[in-house]
Design a binder for this molecule. Structure first.
Ligand SMILES: Cc1cc2nc3c(=O)[nH]c(=O)nc-3n(C[C@H](O)[C@H](O)[C@H](O)COP(=O)(O)OP(=O)(O)OC[C@H]3O[C@@H](n4cnc5c(N)ncnc54)[C@H](O)[C@@H]3O)c2cc1C
Length: 497
């Protein structure tokens, strides 16, 4: 459980460090008094979800003349958004197994058709983000190309082949039957090694992806919202609680910053959502977890014409992007970290502290490129791992976000978009567009997968999912492993890479 103000000083990411100029929104309205009138919409959180929500609410024809206030506990994109891997990349067919595995076994428990809808949303998010950045002329270091999902064992390559076949078969029985598949599977190991430059690759998929500067993108969404005159942002305004105050009005309590009155609240607080719904099924449905990432300056062997051509996820390696000018950003996937013993489950799940990077994670991130990319060569002082940071993500029971009107009469006027499970850049930009439509018209857009909808039943079903962290995990070390072996441990859920 996280509460604000936080009792620690967060690490600073590559993205947060490289968006400090006059045009950034650091400290925006930090000392300005909160409005005293009743505002129409309060958005809590200024990460990708809150920033894009403010943008969508302020587009012409959506909520004309209505006032939107964004309340942020710290600065813009101080949460996961400003600390992520910069990858805006849809899942491929590689996610098939995880999305269709039953909830009780740690998967999302979707039918093949529901799975196709989730994958299709992610593909459309990349298209939408591309179009919006171009239309708005935002400078967010955007790159558009292809992601390689590299497998390094025979078993994982075979699994990918099976998933590819299942995906193609499901498409042939769906509305997508005449749409050309956007992913290919390269089963030839030599070819996979050639295009990926990863030693020992056994196969790889290739499909659409983007990378971008997430701190600049969240800032751009917010600045466009502010420019309409309809929206305002108050940073360093941590919401402590929301209380119903008579008919149709909510008091949003920001502690020392004061209280704001509003008709509708949109909660975009991701990993920190539990503290606003303490002791409820929403609190139980969400688990904060720490992620770690780094910025690596490549040596000349991987610079200029020899720079990486693709973004990556790698079976026993990181997720990785090559920024246009500032080198590589790579992250350590939580499942790999725990399964291979780089970190213990208790270091990851339930850890809402982004003030440190565990030395094991730091060493792994520092060494990955030089150990794994063919002919990387020697790193000069100032090359290799330069900056390391942590960020807090939000796991959900079925790995899908909670979106919509919070169920129950007592929550009328409270909406949510949270629980992006470490994969929000591929989902948020359109999810919030559809949520803005739902909030303003009451209509669920067919483009938003129904599997994302927050319902009482979904929250109840979540109780059947295996926990992310068990009492044995919390003990950790050898004793934890012994208890785990005796059936007290949970193991890390399988998620797509
Ligand atoms: C290391 C790392 C790597 C990642 N890599 C990728 C990637 O490559 N691709 C990808 O798709 N996803 C990635 N993710 C996940 C992605 O960053 C998240 O899914 C996404 O940013 C979530 O956005 P959000 O707006 O929901 O949450 P956040 O960005 O966490 O924003 C929530 C905001 O709410 C504020 N807040 C919380 N509580 C309160 C309160 N009570 N009052 C006021 N404000 C509050 C927080 O301060 C924060 O700014 C990564 C995450 C991490 C940490």
């Amino acid at each position: 459980m996280t509460t604000f103000p936080q009792p620690f000083t967060s690490t600073v990411s590559h993205w947060q460090a490289t968006n400090r100029g006059k045009s950034s929104l650091f400290n925006h309205n930090r000392d300005k008094k909160l409005p005293t009138d009743v505002v129409d919409y309060v958005v809590i959180g200024a990460g990708m979800a809150g920033a894009s929500m403010a943008y969508h609410l302020t587009r012409p024809g959506i909520a004309d003349g209505k006032k939107v206030v964004v309340l942020e506990a710290k600065d813009v994109a101080s949460g996961a958004t400003g600390r992520n891997g910069g990858h805006c990349a849809p899942y491929s067919f590689g996610a098939w197994t995880h999305l269709t595995t039953p909830l009780e076994e740690g998967g999302a428990g979707l039918t093949p058709q529901e799975t196709l809808e989730v994958l299709d949303l992610e593909k459309r998010v990349l298209e939408y983000v591309t179009e919006t950045i171009e239309k708005e002329k935002w400078e967010v270091d955007f790159w558009r190309g292809e992601k390689l999902e590299v497998r390094r064992t025979e078993i994982a390559a075979t699994q990918m082949e099976l998933s590819y076949a299942a995906w193609i078969e499901a498409r042939s029985a769906s509305r997508l039957k005449d749409v050309k598949p956007e992913w290919e599977w390269i089963a030839d190991a030599a070819e996979a090694q050639r295009i990926s430059r990863i030693k020992g690759a056994t196969g790889c998929s290739k499909g659409p992806a983007g990378s971008l500067h997430p701190h600049k993108l969240a800032t751009a969404f917010l600045k466009s919202a502010l420019a309409t005159g309809q929206a305002d942002l108050y940073s360093w305004s941590p919401v402590q609680k929301m209380t119903k105050n008579g008919e149709g009005i909510w008091d949003v309590d920001c502690g020392e910053r004061g209280t704001l009155k509003t008709k509708e609240v949109i909660v975009c607080t991701n990993a920190h959502t539990g503290s606003l719904f303490k002791g409820t099924d929403i609190d139980e449905y969400l688990t904060p977890f720490q992620g770690q990432a780094a910025n690596v300056t490549p040596p000349p062997s991987y610079s200029g014409a020899a720079y990486l051509n693709n973004t990556y996820t790698i079976e026993d390696g990181p997720y990785l992007v090559a920024t246009p000018h500032a080198g590589i950003v790579l992250g350590l996937h939580h499942k790999l970290a725990v399964d291979t013993g780089i970190l213990e489950a208790k270091d990851v799940f339930g850890n809402a502290d982004d003030s440190f990077v565990h030395p094991n994670a730091k060493a792994w991130l520092a060494n990955y490129c030089k150990d794994s990319f063919a002919d990387w060569g020697k790193e000069a002082p100032g090359e290799g791992g330069m900056r390391f940071w942590a960020g807090i993500q939000c796991a959900t029971k079925n790995t899908l976000p909670l979106v919509g009107q919070v169920p129950g009469e007592r929550y009328k006027g409270i909406w949510i978009a949270a629980g992006f499970h470490g994969h929000g850049m591929a989902r948020i930009a359109l999810t919030t567009k559809y949520l803005a439509k739902l909030v303003t018209t009451g209509k669920w857009d067919a483009g938003l997968p129904l599997s994302f909808k927050i319902t009482t039943q979904r929250l109840e079903d979540g109780k059947k999912a295996p926990p992310y962290i068990t009492d044995a995990d919390k003990v950790g070390g050898v004793l934890g492993k012994v208890l785990g072996g005796l059936g007290y441990g949970g193991g890390v859920k399988s998620v797509a890479r």
